[in-house]
Design a protein around this ligand. Structure first.
Ligand code: HSE
Length: 438
């Protein structure tokens, strides 16, 4: 006897740029997916603000309805795909779908970064899937490996380049010697940066993605507010030239580490986003343009790297479709996979995190100045590994000096810089950049 092919009806919430791309990909791939998996996925309903609006030709108007909650609770819908973004009403829509026993797929970074644990708990109690691969670094398949392949792994560090817009800007500044403003204007011209670029350049987008990645990597909730961030605003072309001379690229990195508290034996999580000097020979230095990359270090697995397109219409749609197929496969087997994220992680004090630092200063070119500056660094316990004087900077007898330090605590470096900013011999302290420890 030939059993009929199981069919699952997908309810899509939101049909903007990404929603349309997903609908298009599902329609185009439907036959191939059923041939490969034995599952038929039908796009059955789409909730949008204006159901009467003319959409792409392949989407009949009869699919469109207005009320997302009605779709989320409809008995004839099996899987909900939420692509409206933002916290409200997405949170209520997803909780309603989960409460009605439906698995959900979402690309909503903000919602997962802020309310992930609430959704994971609801999904666990209702024994349904919640998949969100597209919520962090889109088509780069990193969340499922963290949930599944790394389920038993003791992850010690997860880091990467997880914002394509800023990576594009930094690549242009490095390759073409252009200014920050010129790089931003190019990124806006190509549609990578929004007219208001703050979420990308201030590092908030990367902080939300890091919160999601770190929560899955360390299996403890890491909220976005626990991620300390420094953006790329105002990075100076002079720093790119100096960095290149010392053998580094400048990259916006997102880094989360588990550090064991010696008193309790428990891991604490330190999470930061910052522009950093990365040795040219390090694999992350060659991640260029809008590419993203994530490197995960496990105690047993060693270091692995995932690289690809972290944003964009088609890559995001691809990640969503992969999740829909995974959840349909679970439905067919009457199973689900819980999200292995426990209670909130204990944050490691950011002030105690250590890095080697690069700092460029504009100082008076007079006897004793270098000894004054190094004296201040020494008093704060910051040890110098390399110092380089660039010679006279202008007619006022001042010079540019670059220091590269050994590992020092964030607090020590900050306090040393505060003291140096008001020091008589220091004209200006430039941007302080951390150096990636390899
Ligand atoms: N603006 C982001 C980026 C994509 O440039 O990577 C959305 O998270």
């Amino acid at each position: 006897m030939i059993l009929p092919m199981p069919k699952y009806r997908v309810g899509l919430i939101g049909c903007g740029n990404i929603g349309t791309a997903f609908a298009e990909l599902l329609t185009e791939r439907r036959q191939a997916i059923s041939a490969m998996t034995g599952i038929d996925l039908e796009l059955a309903r789409i909730a949008v603000k204006d159901p009467a609006k003319k959409r792409a030709d392949f989407l009949p108007l009869s699919l469109f309805v207005e009320d997302p909650i009605e779709v989320a609770s409809a008995p004839d819908i099996d899987i909900i795909v939420e692509l409206v973004g933002g916290v409200d009403p997405a949170r209520e829509v997803l909780l309603t779908a989960i409460g009605s026993g439906k698995p959900v797929v979402t690309a909503n970074k903000e919602l997962i970064a802020r309310h992930g644990p609430e959704l994971f708990e609801a999904a666990q109690s209702n024994q349904v899937d919640v998949f969100f691969e597209a919520a962090a670094v889109a088509a780069v398949p990193i969340l499922r490996p963290l949930r599944e392949s790394f389920a038993g792994e003791d992850v010690v560090r997860i880091m990467g380049i997880i914002n394509g817009t800023t990576n594009y800007m930094l690549t242009r500044m490095s390759d073409e010697g252009i200014s920050y403003d010129e790089a931003l204007s190019l990124a806006q011209q190509y549609g990578y940066a929004e007219p208001d670029p703050s979420a990308d350049v201030e590092g908030t987008d990367a902080a939300s993605k890091l919160a999601i990645l770190a929560s899955l990597a360390f299996k403890r909730a890491v909220p976005a507010e626990a991620v300390q961030r420094d953006g790329i605003e105002g990075l100076d072309q002079e720093d790119f030239q100096l960095a290149a001379r010392f053998g580094y690229e400048i990259k916006l990195l997102a880094v989360a580490k588990a550090i064991r508290n010696p008193a309790t034996g428990e891991p604490e999580i330190g999470a930061q986003v910052f522009p950093a000097l990365v040795e040219k020979t390090h694999p992350l230095a060659s991640v260029r343009d809008t590419y993203n990359a994530v490197a995960v270090s496990g105690a047993a697995a060693g270091e692995l790297m995932f690289i690809g397109h972290g944003a964009g219409r088609a890559p995001t749609a691809s990640a969503i479709l992969g999740d829909v197929i995974a959840t349909a496969d679970h439905l067919q087997r009457d199973s689900y996979r819980s999200v292995p994220v426990g209670p909130r992680a204990t944050p490691y004090p950011i002030d105690d995190l250590t890095h080697a630092f690069y700092v460029r200063m504009h100082v008076a070119d007079e006897p004793g100045v270098l000894s004054d500056v190094s004296g201040v660094l020494a008093r704060h316990g910051v040890s110098i590994r390399l110092v380089n004087q660039e010679g006279l900077r202008d007619t006022q007898k001042s010079a540019t000096v670059v220091f590269i330090t050994y590992q020092a605590a964030e607090r020590a470096m900050r306090e040393a810089m505060e003291e140096l900013r008001s020091h008589n011999s220091v004209v200006e302290v430039g941007r302080v950049l951390r150096i990636l420890e390899t």
